[in-house]
Structures are given as structure tokens and as C-alpha cells.
Write a protein that binds this ligand. Sequence first.
Ligand code: DGL
Length: 273
Amino acid sequence: MNIGVFDSGFGGIDILRHIVKKLPQYNYIYLGDNARTPYGSRSKATLYKYTTEAVDFLFAHNCPLIIIACNTASAEALPKIQRVHLPKYHPHGKILGVVVPAVETAAAITAHKRVGVIATEGSVASGAFVREFRKINSEIKVFQEACPLLVPIVESGENDKKILQRALRNYLKPLVEEKIDTLILGCTHYSILEEDIRTALKYLRGNGIHIVNEGDIVADKLETYLKKHPEITKILKTQSKRVFYTTDVTDRFRRLGSIFFGNAIKPRKAHLS
Ligand code: DGL
């Protein structure tokens, strides 16, 4: 039995890298829906359809536990999947998202109860981050900024720091002006930009802002979850195998996936329906 990790494309491979670093003993199956990425601007109905297909695929590939590393899918599709799809089709299946762990961490850090969230248009529009903060502490003020240029910049492999800094300053300026003290990187692809985000914050005089990077957090939360759920842990194989599936096998997946993972990967074709 394996741990499944799903993302709309490459970004979740970076989350998987953090998880593997912390919990190397388990077998992991990664699924990237590269044929249909990006998810960031899709409708709720489409996100639900795509995400249920992805979790069905991973459950069918012996993953009793799945991590949805994609914020957009966690925000827009996961609540309904937990409510409707799991009880009906996979009553013993477990799925963890990335939004709740990020919000719990930021809520514990923010001293002035002012948190910024950068994410895709879909995640921002879903209101999921704001809703989760309300559940934990309704006094926390949440300022969100959709950053539609960042995923394409990361995926293009563009290395021109001037272009990136310009985009980042533009997106982060309103959040710094709102005097946030904590910033959630609410998208798979932003973890890899952490240093660039720090540079932009410094330029905007926001260098005291705490950055919440989902990679580390999700790995920590998974470790805690596995300790609390021995019934799952005991059925997981510990052969340190990593298998990568994508709905679109390309050289780009191999190249960017290897950069995100930090090691060469050999993708296999996944058919979702
Ligand atoms: N994986 C998505 C997320 O974390 C970003 C890429 C996309 O839009 O598909 O929201």
C-alpha cells in the first residue's frame, strides 16, 4: 500500500519532495494532471470532476491515503469529495488537503492577527482560506491576492529575475500595505519561489513577515497523522518506492519534474476518466 499525492501538474512534486525528505521509508505514487492543468481558473464543477477522477485513480492504485497537494483542488473540490464521494465510493479511503494545515499554522503564528494569502484565482475566489480562518479564530483578518502570472512563470522555467520580481512586488505590495505579519504561500508552485518572495518582501519593507511554506507543513502534518492512525500506518509498505504518473508524458514533465523533485524522475502515463 502506498501514499498517493495528487496535483494539477508539476507543483505538487515539490510538496512530495518535502514529504519524502521527512518520511523516506514509505512508497509514494504521484499523479499530475498535466494534460488539463492549470486548475487555477477552472469552474467548481470541472474541478470536482477532475479531482474525483484523480482520487479514484490513486485509490485504484493501492493508495489508502491521498494528499491533495493542489490548493485549488483542496479549496474547491475536497470538501464535497469528503462529504459525497468518499462515503459512497471509498468509505475507508482517507484524503488530506493543504489548505487546512496552512491555515492552522498561520493562525498559530500571527501575532497581530493579520494574515496574507497568495494563491491562484480559483483558490482566492473559493473563499476556502477565509472560511478556514473563521473556523479557527474569527478575529484574524485575511487579505488575499490572486497571482495568475506566477504559475506560468514557474512552469515556463523562466529565469529572468527582473520579470519575476516585478510580478511579485506588484502582488505583494497591497498585502504589505495592509500590515500583514504572516504570509501563506497558498499554491504548490510558490514554495519554489520562497527566496524570491523574501527578496520582494524585503524591497517592500516587509522583511519581518513570516512565510508559511506548505511543503514543510504538509510533511509535518502527515507525520502527525500517521502517528495518530496506526491502522493506516501498519498497512503502508516501506520500500521507499516512488512512482510518477502524469496525464501527459512529455520531456517537459521529465525535466521540470526532476527539478521540482530534486532527483531524476521517469513518468508513466495515467488515464483518467
Ligand atoms: N496546483 C495549483 C494550486 O496549488 C496551481 C497550478 C494550477 O493552477 O493548476 O493551486
